[in-house]
Design a protein around this ligand. Structure first.
Ligand code: ATP
Length: 214
């Protein structure tokens, strides 16, 4: 079983890394692919160029043996649609291996706005990084879609290669890339919100207008 965690990673931070590590260990996944997006279709364009975001993500992934960085979205022309990414991962993995798309709760709640979102279940399960007592989908159609697919135990993820939804409780870290960028814009430090190697590179390169360290 393989985990797939996409994002802009502008920049990567511990709010990404720790919950995803916990998912991988809790569900005993063989690996976790971190997939940086080139042109996120639903969002403003990233502040940092793709190669700089990739450099940071590679440094972060190097700290944990279960993580690897998958650059297929950066290599593809046009927008990075998750449905295309999952289709190509499915073509590589064969029909039987379970694939799990990992989404934060905010991303999950926005799922019905994604390009061809209903096709995602053909290729992968969805694992949501859950906060106890968090808001569930309220929109009728999405709520009904979820009710038909939500698992009561994670064992169901291994009973089919795709098509189920599991809410995995994880440690919640209230960190976002937006808050990291905002801190730096205010001339404050982002140290300890991300791996040390990432922070050092950002500071050295002056990315996001980071104040240079002495
Ligand atoms: P931004 O602040 O620029 O929107 P972000 O920090 O939310 O960025 P993204 O790269 O947009 O990071 O998110 C990639 C994935 O990580 C999404 O599924 C998102 O829900 C999830 N995510 C981001 N931050 C956290 C966090 N602190 N805890 C759990 N999931 C998170």
């Amino acid at each position: 079983m393989l985990g797939i965690f996409g994002g802009t990673f502008d920049p990567v931070h511990h709010g990404h890394l720790r919950p995803v590590l916990e998912v991988q260990q809790a569900l005993n996944m063989a690996g976790m692919r971190l997939v940086p997006a080139k042109v996120p279709p639903h969002r403003p364009q990233p502040r940092l160029a793709a190669d700089a975001r990739l450099h940071l993500l590679r440094l972060a992934a190097a700290d944990y043996h279960g993580f690897s960085v998958d650059t297929r979205e950066l290599q593809r022309s046009g927008p990075s649609y998750m449905v295309d990414t999952l289709a190509s991962l499915r073509a590589e993995s064969g029909a039987d291996d379970a694939l799990c798309l990992i989404l934060g709760m905010d991303a999950f709640l926005g799922l019905p706005t994604w390009y061809r979102w209903r096709e995602l279940e053909r290729y992968a399960h969805i694992v949501v990084l859950n906060r106890p007592g968090s808001r569930r989908p309220v929109n009728g159609e999405f709520r009904d879609w979820l009710a038909e697919r939500e698992l009561r135990t994670p064992a169901g993820l291994r009973e089919a290669p795709a098509g189920r939804v599991w809410f995995q409780p994880v440690t919640q870290l209230d960190i976002s890339a937006t808050s990291v960028r905002r801190l730096i814009a205010q001339g404050r430090s982002a140290q300890f919100l991300m791996p040390l190697a990432c922070w050092r590179l950002m500071a050295r390169e002056g990315w996001y207008g980071y104040p240079q360290v002495g």
